[in-house]
Ligand binder design. Structure first.
Ligand code: ADP
Ligand code: MG
Length: 243
């Protein structure tokens, strides 16, 4: 199926505060979508709704044809196909890098310990950190930790990857390495939804950019369309501030 993620009439409220206001979005296999927008506009909430880390107020989220709001849907099963990377890495501090990457596939019975370790080593190689496999997270830089977090998410063989400001907590000199890993993933055809303030990355790597403000997507188009010909004044204001 070409359509990976279908969002229909998504509303998310916290009490009476509407954070996402009737969102309709369809994301195809292999799409690399960058979501941009001001602080508090609902970017993280939108991502978290996509894998039901937040319970939605109304609407439908359909992943690969499976409706997440359907009572019979095994949400844990759906989540196994969706990798998520956060701003603050969230590595397990008491586990080595290798153990961080092998934990989920072994615990969830997807791979034997041997298979998981082989896969982890190859993923760590692909993010340039094979030599760190026996280190602990505390000895790594932020950029290295984030690359481990990406490897850890990939260890479950996801076919969708969600990124919530993956480089916002990094020192500037660390940002490029993480973006390069993400760019490689995009080139391999991974379906990706990325909340980011890295406009250069969005221009270069995304095939689609969406601007959200006040819980509504105001723009949705190619990087060229959104950056060069935004439809809304709000988008122009935002771009003037960040570009
Ligand atoms: P962004 O990621 O774009 O900065 P968020 O999705 O984190 O924005 O937040 C959107 C709005 O929802 C903000 O007004 C925020 O205060 C509110 N919000 C987010 N999480 C919660 C929560 N758990 N409880 C109440 N309000 C929340
Ligand atoms: Mg956020």
């Amino acid at each position: 199926m070409a359509e990976k993620i279908l969002v229909e009439h998504l509303v998310k409220k916290y009490d009476e505060h509407t954070v996402l206001n009737d969102i309709n979005v369809s994301i195809k296999k292999g799409d690399v979508v960058c979501i941009i927008g001001p602080s508090g506009s609902g970017k993280s909430t939108f991502l978290r709704c996509l894998n039901q880390l937040e319970e939605i107020t109304s609407g439908n989220i359909i992943i690969d044809g499976t409706n997440l709001t359907d009572k019979n849907t095994n949400i844990n099963k759906v989540r196994q196909h969706i990798g998520m990377v956060f701003q603050h890495f969230n590595l397990f501090p008491h586990l080595t890098i290798l153990e961080n990457v092998t934990l989920a596939p072994v615990d969830l019975g997807k791979l034997s310990k041997d298979e998981a370790e082989k896969k982890a080593v190859s993923l760590l190689e692909s993010v340039g950190l094979a030599d760190k496999k026996d280190s602990y997270p505390s000895s790594l830089s932020g950029g290295q930790k984030q690359r481990v977090a990406i490897a850890r998410a990939l260890a479950m063989n996801p076919d969708i990857m969600l990124f919530d400001e993956p480089t916002s907590a990094l020192d500037p000199e660390m940002v490029g390495d993480v973006l390069n890993v993400m760019k490689e993933l995009a080139e391999q055809g991974m379906t990706m939804v990325i909340v980011t303030h890295e406009m250069g990355f969005a221009k270069e790597v995304a095939n689609r950019v969406m601007f959200i403000d006040g819980g509504n997507f105001l723009e949705d188009g190619s990087p060229e369309q959104v950056f060069e010909h935004p439809q809304h004044e709000r988008t122009k204001d935002f771009l003037n501030k960040v570009l």
